[in-house]
Design a protein around this ligand. Structure first.
Ligand SMILES: NC(=O)c1ccc[n+]([C@@H]2O[C@H](COP(=O)([O-])OP(=O)(O)OC[C@H]3O[C@@H](n4cnc5c(N)ncnc54)[C@H](OP(=O)(O)O)[C@@H]3O)[C@@H](O)[C@H]2O)c1
Length: 291
């Protein structure tokens, strides 16, 4: 009998790509979506069923988990993230899910670490204590962040702004995280493992600007901004203060060079080298059309 794999956060950056890649395998894929309307286009993929889930409402999880053999947990970085993910683990245990793969973050194991990592580690420890076999995927920053968070300013002013100085970051393409997730979710070989996933190289934001300049054929500039200015901008965009501070903590690590660790896990698990930032820029060029 084919396995059923439930993927949460299925309309998000990572979840959507995991569903797409899983739909090409011999498994049933169940896409857990926050709203059925947003998940409409996932229904067109082969072997994909869509189910509504609200992490905050344990009652909504019951139907979504029925007959699911494996679970891929993706939850947003938001207040209540830990409780929401724990609800998923509790339901997985009740319904006999036999493998949990959790999207975590690089550095989650560091102590004292940063807010973002500490929340992930708390959930990882809860999963470890559940007795369910698990695999933790701990990616570095996503290359797709530049599309999700910086494309507007790049397209309007040909500039992007971050308080990270010349610190290098081993950004990873979400397509590579998904490729690892698919391998791990369709095998029993990765139980009780935690993988730090990175791109093939660490790259500074000035170097990112150079790659974009070359790929887009117009001058793109990276502007290093003071922390306080970055905080004011985030607050003006309605980001809650706790989250702005957590992002500044992360950017501080980047500035100090702690985001530069490169691993070979993607290639070891998938057999393919991870995408370089140049390849990513070429593939996502359509997201950078001047306004
Ligand atoms: N960005 C990075 O560089 C980076 C690096 C390492 C790790 N991470 C980790 O990656 C995770 C985020 O992944 P992502 O970027 O793929 O997420 P995302 O794009 O923000 O998507 C989040 C998904 O969760 C859904 N969702 C939100 N609230 C929900 C709720 N109450 N019930 C059910 N579903 C809900 C959203 O649906 P709606 O949109 O319909 O609400 C969406 O599908 C975070 O845990 C973060 O710490 C991120």
């Amino acid at each position: 009998m084919q396995e059923t794999i439930l993927v949460t956060g299925a309309t998000g950056t990572v979840g959507r790509e995991v569903i797409k890649q899983l739909s090409m395998r011999e498994v049933h894929v169940r896409a857990g979506v926050h709203s059925i309307i947003k998940g409409e286009n996932l229904k067109r993929l082969p072997e994909v069923g869509v189910t509504e889930i609200n992490f905050k409402n344990p009652a909504s999880l019951h139907a979504a988990f029925t007959h699911a053999n494996r679970l891929f947990i993706v939850a947003p970085f938001t207040e209540g993230q830990v409780e929401m993910e724990k609800n998923l683990v509790d339901e997985a245990k009740k319904q006999g899910v036999r493998h949990i793969v959790k999207l975590s973050a690089s550095g989650a194991e560091a102590e004292p670490g940063i807010q973002l990592g500490r929340w992930h580690r708390e959930v990882e420890q809860y999963i470890e204590a559940s007795g369910i076999p698990y695999t933790f995927l701990r990616p570095s920053g996503f290359m797709q962040n530049i599309v999700n968070y910086n494309a507007d300013s790049i397209n309007e002013h040909n500039k992007f702004y971050l308080p990270v100085g010349e610190g290098k970051v081993s950004y990873i393409d979400v397509r590579d995280i998904a490729a690892v997730a698919v391998e791990v979710l369709t095998s029993d070989e990765h139980y009780h493992k935690a993988y730090t996933l990175t791109g093939p190289e660490a790259i500074s934001h000035s170097e990112i600007a150079t790659v974009l300049t070359h790929t887009l054929d117009r001058m793109i500039t990276f502007v290093d901004v003071p922390e306080e200015a970055a905080r004011e901008t985030m607050l003006s965009q309605q980001m809650p203060a706790w989250k702005a501070d957590a992002m500044l903590e992360l950017y501080g690590l980047y500035r100090a060079g702690y985001g530069a660790q490169v691993t070979t896990a993607v290639e070891e698990i998938t057999g393919n080298s991870p995408h370089s930032f140049s390849q990513f820029a070429e593939d996502y060029k359509a997201c950078f059309i001047p306004a």
